[in-house]
Design a protein around this ligand. Structure first.
Ligand SMILES: *[C@@H]1O[C@H](CO)[C@@H](O)[C@H](O)[C@H]1NC(C)=O
Ligand SMILES: *[C@@H]1O[C@H](CO)[C@@H](O)[C@H](O)[C@H]1NC(C)=O
Ligand SMILES: *[C@@H]1O[C@H](CO)[C@@H](O)[C@H](O)[C@H]1NC(C)=O
Ligand SMILES: *[C@@H]1O[C@H](CO)[C@@H](O)[C@H](O)[C@H]1NC(C)=O
Ligand SMILES: *[C@@H]1O[C@H](CO)[C@@H](O)[C@H](O)[C@H]1NC(C)=O
Ligand SMILES: *[C@@H]1O[C@H](CO)[C@@H](O)[C@H](O)[C@H]1NC(C)=O
Ligand SMILES: [Ca+2]
Ligand SMILES: [Ca+2]
Length: 223
């Protein structure tokens, strides 16, 4: 192991400790299937760590950011990739010369599709404090934007989600700024009381609740 690798490990460690927004940790993809996508850059690095570091740095003003790497231990070739199901280029994860590394969630977070989720069930907090807690971990309270995500999150826990109508009564918003295009209200909800302004989930169904009540919650951030 050379100095550069040691520096890179330290940088990864620092990034992990501070859970910096946008910094991706990578793990070797161990399944056997075909990944489709685009090759962004074809280069050579001393180690796979350096290759994943290049991927993290690859954020063009326009176009796709790097979201996977392909690395050859034998030739030190490093390829920065962006997975895309519609692409005609494809790579097998079952190739003895090449390994594919994809972003993974930090330890303690659960991965589902392109998000990482952290269950904070032992932290009963009011809604605002819960969202702040998630922000200190580099995320937000969970925003649910489709049925698949609702199923996944609902199977994990009950508690606060990142929705509220605090600004304008009856106008629900996610703290992430994502579009409010999916709901799963419990029958009769929202009750539209002015002091029931925060979104909570029981099972797979949502209710509007008093923000000041302390409940468990779940944080979300992108991989
Ligand atoms: C692949 O990784 C997952 C999660 O890290 C693990 O549960 C699984 O056993 C691994 N499979 C193989 C074949 O190594
Ligand atoms: C990547 O670069 C290597 C060496 O420079 C070259 O042999 C290879 O054909 C390139 N691969 C692609 C997909 O461009
Ligand atoms: C691509 O296809 C895989 C498998 O069919 C699916 O799990 C994944 O969600 C798809 N990704 C996108 C961005 O559509
Ligand atoms: C992956 O490789 C193993 C051993 O080299 C082989 O038995 C298996 O059929 C391969 N799987 C695919 C999907 O190509
Ligand atoms: C809502 O919008 C998000 C982001 O554009 C999208 O990923 C999601 O599929 C949409 N959900 C529905 C139910 O249309
Ligand atoms: C609350 O308002 C929404 C629209 O803003 C409405 O769809 C819903 O039926 C109302 N709920 C109750 C219990 O009145
Ligand atoms: Ca989400
Ligand atoms: Ca309200």
């Amino acid at each position: 192991m050379n100095i550069l690798d040691i520096c890179l490990i330290l940088m990864e460690f620092v990034a992990f400790v501070y859970s910096k927004n946008g910094f991706k940790n990578f793990r070797r993809y161990n399944g056997t299937e075909t990944i489709k996508g685009e090759l962004l850059q074809n280069t050579s690095t001393k180690s796979v760590l350096h290759c994943t570091w290049l991927c993290n740095e690859y954020k063009p003003v326009e176009g796709d950011a790097c979201n996977a790497v392909r690395y050859s231990e034998t030739t030190n070739a490093c390829q920065l990739l962006v997975p895309a199901n519609t692409s005609t280029q494809q790579w097998s994860t079952n190739d003895s010369q090449w390994s594919i590394y994809e972003p993974s969630c930090p330890i303690g977070w659960v991965k589902n599709r392109n998000s990482c989720y952290l269950e904070a069930v032992d932290h009963g907090l009011p809604w605002r404090e819960a969202n702040h807690y998630c922000e200190t971990k580099g995320g937000t309270l969970t925003a649910i934007t489709d049925d698949a995500e609702n199923e996944f999150v609902g199977s994990l826990y009950s508690g606060w989600l990142g929705g509220s109508d605090l600004e304008v009564e009856g106008e629900w918003k996610w703290t992430t700024g994502e579009v409010w295009n999916f709901t799963s209200w419990y029958p009769g909800f929202p009750q539209n009381y002015t002091d029931n302004d925060c979104l909570i989930m029981f099972g797979h169904l949502w209710r509007d609740f008093r923000c000041s009540r302390a409940y468990p919650f779940i944080c979300e951030k992108g991989v």
